[in-house]
Design a protein around this ligand. Structure first.
Ligand SMILES: *Cc1c(COP(=O)(O)O)cnc(C)c1O
Length: 474
């Protein structure tokens, strides 16, 4: 935004307040809407929702300084109703496709992993048809929905048994509740994590009914800290992968192997919340190292939980793998019924797991891996075309440059490792980076502002024509 003197800014603020005050009340807009032909025949409650949204859009546009035309009351009502009619004609649900040019590959707020084609087809099939979700086709008896994915997960994780719930947060709650309700769970203070969306481990544990027993310090925890804390009430030793941060410097952490040994000597199982949970060694794809589920099971964890929509590249889900006896207790827990996945999730997960088992080159078929492994040369190859399209859409006054940048895996995975990438830096002598970001957002292109300038990170862009949209450049 151009720099204003204090006086002009106050005048502008007053004018906005005036326009907001002039917005007609919803009742008047509704009365006018009832006689609008485009809205005729629609239910009153639907019209109300649409008119309220149209009015909210006007308020937002005025506040953002985009709508500055004073109108009389009738013209205002007319404008709101016309916007509502337009929205009805467009008939768009609230969940809409957007272009992720943030450079964050697994962006939680943008829906994390993009599914593989075979998973998308499986979801469509399950949506359209009755399926053998809990039905044994051999005997005609009731089946177990976990059996649809259990063999595949066990094969990939090298585990005896597996089950799956709504997400990894649910997996942690369910596992703790099943294995440690009313008893103690020992966890290092260095792993007392909060991840996005106020998922705090201590709070989750409290809800699970397990009693948290913290040991060690933020930066250093030793084997004896765990061993000394084990008592008659101890149910589990818990390890949490500190997904979204790293403790660096004077640090010491007890390895899973050591923890398993400490537990074994006292008859206590070890559970690990792995967070992102890679099913394969990602370094083979040139992606930084993340712990692999199979290795954690091999190291002796009795239970490992991880997300389905992070590095696995599937639908939102929480996968629990481990020893048969522990998984059986988890499956028998009534909470499992409340947290179970639906047929769409299981269809997508099953198809994604089959890719892992069958694919010659997973990086070709699984979008998450394909995008993560793109090198700067590959990303840079589309930059000139992307630049051309964006510059053409922006018109005169804007500068669009190709710059080096770094993108992120996202969703808490590998927070420190950055992926080299290429971006378009968009600037204008009189517009702030935030104003440019807002303009792109209105065209549903989500970029990011770094170092005071707006960037469209091309790591997550495989087709530059997604930028061929109408931009309100004013
Ligand atoms: C992401 C994460 C979770 C939560 O997983 P969701 O699938 O988002 O519920 C829990 N623990 C760790 C360590 C994580 O990284």
């Amino acid at each position: 935004m151009p720099k204003h003197s204090r006086k002009t800014r106050d005048v502008a603020t007053d004018a906005r307040a005036e326009l907001i005050r002039a917005l007609p009340p919803i009742d008047e807009c509704l009365r006018a809407a009832e006689s609008n032909a485009a809205l005729a025949g629609l239910s009153r409650s639907y019209i109300k929702v649409i008119v309220q949204r149209a009015q909210a859009d006007f308020r937002a546009a005025i506040l953002a300084g985009r709508d500055t035309h004073p109108r009389d009351r009738d013209a205002m009502i007319d404008a709101v109703v016309r916007a509502a009619a337009h929205a009805v004609a467009a008939d768009e649900p609230m969940l809409r496709p957007v272009v992720n040019a943030t450079g964050v590959v697994l962006h939680t707020n943008l829906g994390r992993a993009i599914l593989a084609e075979s998973a998308i087809e499986a979801v469509a099939m399950a949506a359209r048809s009755a399926v053998n979700l809990e039905y044994d086709l051999e005997t005609g008896a009731r089946g177990d929905r976990d059996s649809l994915i259990e063999d595949e997960i066990c094969a990939l994780a090298g585990a005896e048994a597996a089950t799956v719930v709504n997400n990894n947060a649910a997996a942690v709650v369910l596992a703790l509740n099943s294995l440690a309700e009313g008893r103690e769970v020992i966890v290092s203070r260095g792993e007392m994590i909060e991840i996005g969306g106020s998922f705090r481990l201590p709070d989750v544990m409290a809800k699970s009914g397990a009693i948290l027993c913290e040991v060690g310090t933020t930066n250093r925890t030793h084997p004896n800290d765990y061993a000394d804390a084990i008592g008659p009430q101890t149910a589990l030793l818990l390890k949490v992968h500190p997904s979204n941060y790293r403790v660096v410097g004077f640090t010491s952490e007890v390895t899973l192997e050591d923890l398993v040994e400490i537990g074994r000597a006292r008859g206590i199982d070890v559970m690990e919340d792995l967070g992102a949970g890679a099913l394969i060694d990602l370094t083979e794809y040139g992606i930084p190292h993340e712990p692999v589920v199979r290795d954690r099971i091999a190291a002796g964890a009795a239970i490992v939980t991880f997300s389905g929509d992070k590095l696995l590249g599937g639908p939102q889900a929480g996968v629990i793998v481990g020893r048969r006896a522990a998984i059986d207790r988890i499956k028998r827990n009534p909470l499992k019924r409340a947290l179970r996945c639906d047929k769409l999730t299981l269809a997508a997960l099953s198809a994604t797991l089959r890719l892992y088992l069958r694919s010659g080159d997973l990086g070709d078929e699984l979008p998450t891996l394909r995008i993560l492994r793109r090198g700067v040369n590959e990303i840079g190859a589309i930059a000139p075309r992307a630049r051309e399209i964006v510059a053409e859409r922006l018109g005169l006054g804007y500068a669009v440059e190709i710059v080096d940048t770094t993108s992120q895996v996202g969703s808490g995975a590998m927070p420190v490792e950055e992926l080299k990438s290429v971006a378009l830096r968009v600037s204008h002598p009189e517009k702030s980076a935030n104003a440019i970001a807002a303009m792109f957002r209105r065209a549903r292109i989500i970029g990011r502002v770094t170092d005071d300038s707006f960037h469209l990170d091309l790591r997550t862009i495989e087709d530059p024509t997604v930028f061929a949209v109408k931009l309100e450049t004013d």
